[in-house]
Write a protein that binds this ligand. Structure first.
Ligand SMILES: Nc1ncnc2c1ncn2[C@@H]1O[C@H](COP(=O)(O)OP(=O)(O)OP(=O)(O)O)[C@@H](O)[C@H]1O
Ligand SMILES: [Mg+2]
Length: 280
């Protein structure tokens, strides 16, 4: 099964069960994988994957360990290159550019421009250890986007308020708990005003009592902003709360997708049932 939600114009409306569409049919594709294959040696991790994420939607990837979820996010961050197929972000190819009507491998400049639309939060927070919280957040807007320092700081303060860390802006990462560091990492990703936020098991390295605070921040962002989210998580209640669409992966393919109530309550595939009974 392909997760390539058929383009809005080809279908009748939300009654068709496509969770990633609105009644107006004006949804725009933000991410599109076309026949993407990724291999490591002889191991095919993604097998001619088709996948579309519409702008403003929250899509959660679930599936067993090794099924290729992180690989998808790493391809979007251009930390990996596909062996075959194309990836589009908005109207632009991520790893290719069009020259004289032909698709050729993209240059660094093109890749950097397209990737500006994508923010990622990792399992390990990866904050800059030598910078205080505020500067962790302003660094990329100033140096990559060319924002002036005052504007970047104003935005950073707003984001620290959003993630509930205003009183910690003058601390170094090591002076914060894991949950607080992860909330800084979320603020830092948002500071670049990405169109899409990639979240890869962002609570799995946290002590259990810190998980809820981070998930609350993400719920808040999901419910109060129009940012598109592509999220890998084992937190099924969270996935149920925030997702417009849940995609079940196995062996590098989407075997089933749909709104969370369908996937969690009435999965069609035995593999999905097995997986959910192991994690729920
Ligand atoms: N750099 C690499 N070199 C070789 N193999 C790799 C590399 N990165 C990933 N793989 C392999 O690709 C497969 C998919 O990995 P990936 O990290 O995408 O899985 P995942 O679905 O995110 O799993 P998990 O739920 O455990 O995080 C795994 O079998 C993994 O061992
Ligand atoms: Mg992973």
């Amino acid at each position: 099964m392909s997760a390539d939600h058929t383009p809005p114009n080809d279908q009748a409306g939300p009654a068709d069960g496509n969770p990633s569409r609105t009644e107006t049919g004006t949804d725009t594709e933000l991410i599109r994988f076309d026949s993407v294959t990724k291999r490591f040696g002889t191991h095919t991790v993604l097998d001619s994957l088709d996948m579309t994420v519409y702008s403003g939607k929250h899509v959660t990837l679930i599936g067993p360990s090794g099924s290729g979820k992180t690989t998808i996010l790493r391809l979007l961050m251009t930390l990996l290159k596909p062996d075959e197929g194309t990836i589009k972000v908005g109207p632009h190819f991520l790893t290719h550019e069009e020259k004289a009507g032909k698709l050729v491998p993209a240059g660094e400049k093109h890749i950097r421009e397209v990737r500006k639309n994508i923010g990622m939060v990792f399992q390990q927070f990866n904050l800059f250890p030598n910078m205080k919280v505020l500067r962790n957040i302003t660094e990329a807007p100033v140096h990559v986007l060319g924002l002036d320092k005052d504007a970047a700081e104003e935005r950073a303060r707003e984001l620290l308020d959003l993630v509930g860390l205003t009183e910690h802006l003058d601390k170094y990462p090591t002076q914060l708990s894991g949950g607080q560091q992860q909330r800084v990492a979320i603020a830092r990703a948002l500071a670049m005003r990405p169109q899409v936020l990639l979240l890869d098991e962002v609570t799995s390295a946290l002590d259990p009592e810190l998980v809820a605070g981070v998930l609350d921040v993400l719920r808040d962002i999901a419910h109060t902003t129009d940012i598109t989210m592509l999220c890998v998580t084992h937190e099924m209640n969270f996935a149920r709360d925030i997702s417009d669409c849940v995609m079940m992966f196995d062996s590098g393919r989407v075997i089933e997708f749909g709104p969370p109530e369908q996937i969690f309550s009435e999965p069609e595939h035995e593999r999905t049932r097995e997986f959910l009974s192991a994690v729920l």
